[in-house]
Design a protein around this ligand. Sequence first.
Ligand SMILES: NC(=O)c1ccc[n+]([C@@H]2O[C@H](COP(=O)([O-])OP(=O)(O)OC[C@H]3O[C@@H](n4cnc5c(N)ncnc54)[C@H](O)[C@@H]3O)[C@@H](O)[C@H]2O)c1
Length: 285
Amino acid sequence: MAGRLEGRSALVTGGASGIGAATTRTFAREGARVMIADVQDELGEQIAKELGDAVVYQHVDVRKEDDIAAAIDRADTEFGGLDTLFANAGIVGTYGPVDELKIEEWDFTFAVNLRGVVLCMKHAARVMKPRGRGSILSTSSIAGLQGGLGPHAYAAGKTALIGLTRNIAAELAPHGIRVNCIAPGNMATEMIAGMLLRDPSKVAEIEQGLAAGSPLPGRPGVAQDIANAALYLASDEAGYVSGHTLVVDAGFTSVHASGASGLFANSGPMFREAGQRGLPDDAVE
Ligand SMILES: NC(=O)c1ccc[n+]([C@@H]2O[C@H](COP(=O)([O-])OP(=O)(O)OC[C@H]3O[C@@H](n4cnc5c(N)ncnc54)[C@H](O)[C@@H]3O)[C@@H](O)[C@H]2O)c1
């Protein structure tokens, strides 16, 4: 059976780890040729080797426009056109109270999480426009949807990605290019293991911890959940979806903490006009 991305091509930034690595494996399994673009050369090369001829690695620091332009040109030439860009590379970046903000660390965080993404979009659009088709994806976060779910620079950059997605979708729609982003909840990846346990290899421990606190008890968020969302958005199944932020968080940001066990989960008579309960007599057959 043909894969969902048979004959397609993709470039995945941050493809050497976590969500990007899971997406690279998924896209390759579904028939796409994939370029991993990352700064972790050893890990990226290793995944490319493991997945065979369909996957190549290229060193790209998304803070550098020349690196991005060269990778996009290489993917466009070697793959005979670029179908999907997944601008996924990101860092936690600077954190701490706003009154202690170090602006050079803020700038570094933005250089990766926002400037790096828009530069990837710029060069992807450059090669996609003449072909009249393409799919551009990026990774926002639930920290871009609600306050207090990430450090300030991270949250501001991820919020901006949602607006950027809508705006660039508006511009590129006439060129047949769809632009979407994904807002993951807390996913067990090297990033979270590195941040919480100071050891990026402890993804299994993080997974256990997330399972315990998950809105879906016992079901942690994992990198594959986001890879599945990226696969959908990259595929023809999402051919009429653009400008959208796909939230993948088990309902964390859409369900109030009291929602499942609160007042409205208990059974009782229907409420109608003030103080009246149940169906009126004339509604009863
Ligand atoms: N894990 C989560 O809970 C979570 C939640 C919301 C959003 N996200 C976002 O998902 C994306 C992927 O995160 P992850 O959890 O897989 O983390 P990760 O650390 O496992 O992967 C991120 C990858 O980005 C690469 N990268 C970092 N700086 C780079 C640069 N300057 N140039 C090129 N590559 C660079 C890293 O080397 C790494 O391979 C990020 O944008 C992150 O903000 C993650």
